[in-house]
Design a protein around this ligand. Sequence first.
Ligand code: SF4
Length: 405
Amino acid sequence: MTNCGSLTLVSFALRHSELKDLAAKVEAGVRLSEADALRLFQSTDLNALGALASLANERRNGRHASYILNRYLNYSNYCILSCQFCAFSRKKRDRDGFELTAEEMVAKAREALALGITELHIVGGLHPTLPFSYYTGFIRALKALDSRLQLKCFTAIEILHLAWLAKKPVREVLLEFKDAGLAALTGGGAEVFAPKVRQQIATGKESAAEYLEVHRTWHQLGGRSTCTMLFGHVESLEDRVDHLRQLRGLQDETHGFSGFIPLPYQPDNNRLPVKHSPTGQDMLRTMAVARLYLDNFDHITAYWVGMGLKMAQVALSYGADDLHGTIIEEHIFHMAGAQSPQLQHEKDLIKAIREAGRIPVQRNTFYERIKVWDETSTAQVIRTEAGGDASPVRFQETESATTGG
Ligand code: SF4
């Protein structure tokens, strides 16, 4: 189906929907208000919502949908906080706590580099004692493995913790990390911004204003980052809209967010009374509202670790244009009950994207294109757009060779 044809059908479907006035706004490029976003969340017309979000996505990203070859790495799960939703953190007295040396991290990174990754995604708990030099040390050691490897490290909450431990201003901490080789900040730690929700699910965690200020400072230094929202627990729909409003506001100011990643809540092994994850409807609706309301974001990621690959694939028809990455080893969501596998093979990400009627694109940390795959063939690259820091560390000609296991 041509782009033109699909837009006509979308227009037809939306004219007969309860959302027709909002559809008119989106089609005219008029920004949606918070009241509009709330109506979208409350709508029962999921198909119309998906059609509208797909229209907004296609305008921005065409028919392309991306993935990244990456590896997750947790340097430690020791944490001074005890967020009620968290199943990952441990205290020093716990037997299953861990902390990796820089050498251990380098060994894991070296294995992943051999598989073709372009990014390491590194986070941990708020460790009580490790010195600041530990963090700059592992960044330098990992960057020394290959200068093209992109290091996406630390949540804003970790940055605040490390600044506090090292008694340095946040700006100085970020500059030192940048100098060591940090490419981007991760988006974790946002949870839900509303103070009453934060108090309930993450007592003691830094506020929304503090989270946003770290990202603002990083963006002012020329850095890029992603941002998140952990949804489907005790928050209201109004709280979700308020969260998105604050992200859109900072993006208007800095344009430093490369993408938004909605994270479905996982219910196991934590202290929250909510013992179910969001429904499929809720996941798709949240994806679609994010695409429509966050009109200044280029990319919305469907996080397969939390959604499962099948639901993430469907989300490509509800506004998402990215499936995240190969991951290889994930702890945080799986300790909280995620049923997805530990890794995805590149060929399965490509297959999922193709089946959704999209053109697969291998991207780098900044969502820049590395490879554009043929729409239908299973093994053909039609364009390679690598250059400078965006280039893959090891180029793999065949899709089955990339992600181990
Ligand atoms: S969510 Fe992060 S800050 Fe909170 S307890 Fe878990 S590791 Fe610590």
